[in-house]
Design a protein around this ligand. Structure first.
Ligand code: HAM
Length: 416
């Protein structure tokens, strides 16, 4: 039988996992500086949660969800984390703890067309600040993303683009005006945009089709239709960004593909990621919690795609082990017991049952600095050779002195 990996799903081998672990540990350090606490919603949620919050006409809900039916219930593998976070807050029903700062990390699932940087299973690190409405909060979470961009040396090709979507009433009014402008061009629009024209006209701004771009050049912009309070809020954010010297560009065409946003929306994009250029993206969503039956809770957040960040980062070196225990075929039992003893004392040990002496030495030499040579002669004499591979110096020790000697030269990781 010929088993193939599902399209858009990836196997992670050691070098991939090392990169993920390394990237995450750096990211967690930055999140800690901002006092965000980790939470983890389940992978599976009631399908209606996503239908109701992301928008029935969004790409995710209309064509990308992995859903399954169990009895009378319909579940969906989470395509993103924000809806689940809002749901968690409502389910927990403890609003006294607000404001909250939560982050989550894990796989998300979207049935998209796979390409560079776009997978059907991908990993997001998401942060959500719940309960704060100040513009300083918007800029605080942007400043966190900026520290990430700097930490990973991405400053030369990752840029921040921002826009304001204002309030729902402003968007509703704008949609009518936008549709009115587009209707005369209906037949010239791309197929996708023709469908969106009635159902979700704002998304037409996301189109990359040339025929749409031409028509959009003269279209009215949402930002031109916001009232003074929305514009004031947006202007405060821009000033705060300038104050922190975080470079940004205004992009009035930026609308984002999810329905829950209001006011600030943003994307950090990289010119090195090809067409899937968004690395970190998010915005404010002040009505989502209420929409799910909770109390009115202002909120803002973003999510970062780990696969995309890893595409921009160099490979990570394999960590070394502390000791290589080299033994010959006979007397394996003694060597295997010794390996167990060393590991219980807290050392990381390279030890393999197979391979002759020189093969074992060769394999271990890239992994360890210290070698313990435990050949037949040593085993008979209850001794062992300790060799430093760098200095090439070696000493022969009584086996009973080994723990003491290692203690002097190496740091045990942990004992058990
Ligand atoms: P999003 O823009 O759909 O937003 O996704 C955020 C990030 O996830 C993207 O910028 C990208 O790095 C990564 N990503 C998305 N789809 C894929 C894919 N198919 N393959 C690889 N990476 C991908 C959200 O999900 C919102 N929940 C963000 C948010 C949090 N807004 C407020 N809080």
């Amino acid at each position: 039988m010929d088993f193939k990996k599902a399209r858009g799903f990836q196997d992670f081998f050691e070098e991939d996992c090392l990169k993920f672990d390394n990237t995450l540990s750096e990211l967690f350090k930055i999140l800690k500086r901002f006092d965000f606490s980790r939470v983890e919603p389940p992978l599976l949620e009631d399908t209606n949660l996503f239908k109701r919050t992301l928008g029935s006409e969004s790409d995710i809900v209309s064509k990308e969800m992995y859903s399954l039916q169990k009895g009378k219930e319909n579940f969906t593998l989470r395509p993103e984390g924000t809806a689940s976070i809002a749901r968690m807050l409502v389910t927990q029903n403890n609003y006294r703890q607000l404001p909250l700062r939560w982050f989550y990390y894990g796989p998300m699932f979207r049935h998209e067309r796979p390409q560079k940087g776009r997978f059907r299973q991908f990993h997001q690190l998401g942060i959500e600040s719940l309960g704060d409405s100040q513009t300083e909060t918007d800029v605080e979470i942007l400043s966190m993303a900026w520290l990430i961009v700097k930490k990973f040396n991405l400053k030369s090709h990752v840029f921040l683009e921002i826009n304001s979507l204002g309030k729902k009433e402003e968007r509703d009014q704008y949609k009518k005006q936008f549709q009115k402008y587009l209707f005369p061009f209906k037949n010239k629009l791309s197929k996708d945009s023709q469908i969106r024209l009635n159902k979700n006209p704002l998304r037409i701004w996301d189109s990359k089709e040339e025929e749409d771009q031409d028509i959009l050049k003269k279209a009215p912009l949402l930002i031109e239709n916001l009232d003074s309070s929305s514009l004031q809020r947006y202007s405060e954010i821009k000033n705060l960004l300038k104050d922190l010297k975080i470079p940004f560009k205004e992009k009035p065409q930026l609308v984002r593909g999810l329905d829950y946003y209001n006011d600030l929306v943003f994307e950090w994009t990289s010119s090195q990621l090809g067409s899937q250029s968004a690395l970190i993206a998010g915005g404010r969503y002040d009505t989502l919690v209420e929409q799910l039956g909770g109390i009115q809770t202002p909120a803002v957040g973003w999510a970062l795609g780990l696969e995309r960040l890893n595409l921009l980062c160099p490979a990570v070196k394999k960590p070394t082990l502390q000791i290589a225990l080299i033994s010959s075929g006979e007397g394996t039992q003694k060597a295997y017991k010794l390996a167990y003893q060393l590991r219980s004392e807290g050392y990381s040990v390279y030890y393999r049952f197979s391979g002759n002496f020189s093969k074992q030495m060769k394999r271990a030499s890239s992994k360890c600095l210290w070698f313990l040579i435990y050949g037949q002669k040593e085993q008979k004499q209850e001794s062992i050779i300790l060799k430093n591979l760098k200095t090439k110096k070696q000493v022969s020790l009584a086996l009973s002195d080994l723990s003491q000697e290692l203690n002097k030269r190496l740091n045990s990781l942990d004992t058990c």
